[in-house]
Write a protein that binds this ligand. Structure first.
Ligand code: PMP
Ligand code: GLU
Length: 402
């Protein structure tokens, strides 16, 4: 039977594919160390779970408004006002099925066929594919590892054309682990601002995971008057509250955007799971949240620093120091084209490299090709210190040809 052409040029999510492969091997009894999944290894805080359980037992099991309950949208709007400096009302917020769905619905709402979307590389795997699904054309602007992968205002200025519809900003960033300071964001904003038909999609899902005193900012708050009608602010509860499986994301922006997203979502998924809505309110109003987030952040900081130091100590591996999110994205370029491991495997790119490391050393890495860097690999440090050492010991041994 025939399938739709629209998927011909679309790749499956490599992050999810690697994670699924690692889990399948584990299930089959192989002792795999997985650096694949970009998800916290902590459990969701108990008080957030309790809010959902209470709602479920109280019968919150029916349809709710497509963009979310008034209470949930209000709690998000207040969070955005208080923590991010965005002066948005509850009607300017729409809750979707995870950050991924928020971004997808937003892209479908603003991108016309042929519109160009500027995506800084390394990028999260799903951005280019989602842009293509919306009929847009990804325009990749490559960040230099010597500038911590951050793209420069000059690069953005060169990439903007009359067809540019949107620029995606992700700070802190997956997979690079890099972060733009408020001043660096402002410098990018300065070159985008004069192009009045260009949206900025600010993916702020790692906003709380900052290390070494690094600061960043919410894009629209850089200059509210300029950006309030042109910024698509996306966030989710997945990473901040260790809630990846709950599938709760949200978007804030001008009411026209939220209304358009609402129209699409009303024909697509309707509301997110009803009894998850009170969990959003709980997450954003319970003062205990900040304590829980800080506990996780501190732990990630120690692990990230450790992983980064160990990676850089491996000959032929070089890694940008992570200042946010929970990823190291080292270059393994010096090992390509040379015999590796006890089987003397020759790897042409990061995909072959990751396959060889998984097969011989039982360590799951995500190859960098689908992030825009085919000589890099991504390692998530959202896993225990013991796992980090075990996995890196194996990888090191593999690279030393033992
Ligand atoms: N944006 C980035 C940069 C991500 O890394 C992810 C990973 N999950 C998402 C969006 C999507 O988040 P969610 O899991 O809530 O769909
Ligand atoms: N964002 C996470 C990652 O990059 C989860 C998987 C996905 O949705 O891509 O690993």
């Amino acid at each position: 039977m025939q399938l739709a052409n629209r998927l011909n040029d679309i790749a499956e999510s490599i992050t999810l594919a690697v994670t699924a492969k690692a889990n399948a091997l584990k299930k089959a009894g192989v002792d795999v160390v997985s650096f694949g999944a970009g998800e916290p290894d902590f459990d969701t805080p108990g008080f957030i779970k309790d809010a959902a359980i209470k709602a479920l037992l109280a019968g919150k099991t029916k349809y709710e408004p497509t963009p979310g309950t008034v209470e949930a949208r209000k709690a998000i709007a207040e969070k955005l006002k208080k923590e991010n400096g965005l002066d948005v009302a509850a009607e300017q917020v729409i809750v979707s099925v995870g950050g991924k769905h928020s971004l997808y619905v937003a892209f479908m709402a603003v991108i016309n066929p042929g519109d160009e979307v500027i995506i800084p590389a390394p990028y999260w795997v799903s951005y280019p594919e989602m842009v293509k699904l919306a009929g847009g054309v990804p325009v990749i602007v490559k960040g230099d590892p010597t500038n911590n992968f951050r793209i420069t205002p000059q690069q953005v200025a060169r990439a903007i054309t009359p067809k540019t519809r949107m620029v995606i900003i992700n700070s802190p960033s997956n997979p690079g682990g890099h972060t733009y300071s408020p001043d660096e964001l402002a410098a990018l904003a300065k070159v985008i601002a004069p192009h009045k038909d260009v949206w900025v999609c600010s993916d702020e899902i790692y906003e709380k995971l900052l290390y070494g005193g690094q600061k960043t900012a919410s894009w629209a708050a850089l200059d509210w008057a300029t950006w309030k009608d042109r910024t698509i602010t996306c966030n989710c509860l997945s990473k901040t509250f260790a809630m990846t499986g709950w599938r709760i994301g949200y978007t804030a922006g001008p009411k026209s955007l939220v209304d358009a997203m609402n129209k699409l979502q009303s024909q697509m998924t309707s509301n997110i799971t009803s009894f998850c809505m009170p969990a959003i309110v709980e997450a954003y109003t319970n003062p205990q949240s900040n304590i829980e987030i800080e506990k996780m952040r501190k732990e990630f900081e120690v692990r990230g620093e450790h992983m980064w130091k160990r990676l850089n100590a491996i000959p032929g591996v070089s890694c940008v120091r992570p200042t946010g999110a929970f990823y190291c994205f080292p270059s393994i370029g010096q090992h390509l084209g040379k015999p590796l491991g006890s089987k003397k495997t020759i790897c042409a790119d990061a995909t072959a490299f990751s396959a060889a490391v998984l097969e011989e050393a039982h360590v799951a890495l995500v190859p960098g090709g689908d992030f825009g860097f085919s000589d890099h690999v991504r390692l998530s440090f959202a896993t225990s210190m013991a796992n980090i050492d075990k996995g890196l010991d194996r990888m090191e041994k593999f690279l030393k040809g033992a």
